[in-house]
Design a protein around this ligand. Structure first.
Ligand SMILES: [Zn+2]
Length: 124
């Protein structure tokens, strides 16, 4: 009985904080799925719902996600290195940072290319 009460409470809390109730249902319990901050949740199971179409797509989604993450981390490094570069007058340090920047930027470019290829593969 308490479970049902908790579920109602989670639902009202979620709706109050701007969650959307979707027309889709939880594959486990059949309750409506909510979209909370871009994530899908079953509030009855109190678990995140991950939509899965095929194993291949899971692999694609995971690696696309990790590639995006790689790009984001590398971009932060570029910013950090640029800050250091702007401050230093040491020629050796400037050379080292420039070299590193070159490598990092190249890696970002490669990663973006890879992502594009993955997206093209997906849309086939
Ligand atoms: Zn459920």
């Amino acid at each position: 009985m308490n479970e049902e009460k908790d579920y109602m409470k989670r639902m009202t809390d979620a709706l109050r904080s701007g969650a959307k109730m979707l027309s889709e249902h939880c594959p486990v319990c059949g309750s409506p799925i909510f979209e909370i901050k871009g994530e899908l949740w079953c509030l009855k199971c109190n678990k995140r719902v991950i939509k899965i179409k095929s194993e291949e797509e899971i692999g694609m989604a995971v690696s696309a996600y990790s590639l995006m993450n790689t790009i984001s981390v590398l971009s932060t490094k570029v910013e950090e290195l640029t800050v250091i570069l702007a401050r230093t007058v040491d020629l050796e340090e400037i050379r080292r940072i420039s070299e590193t920047l070159n490598i990092v930027l190249g890696t970002i470019e490669q990663t973006i290319k890879l992502l594009k290829i993955m997206k093209e593969e997906q849309s086939k």
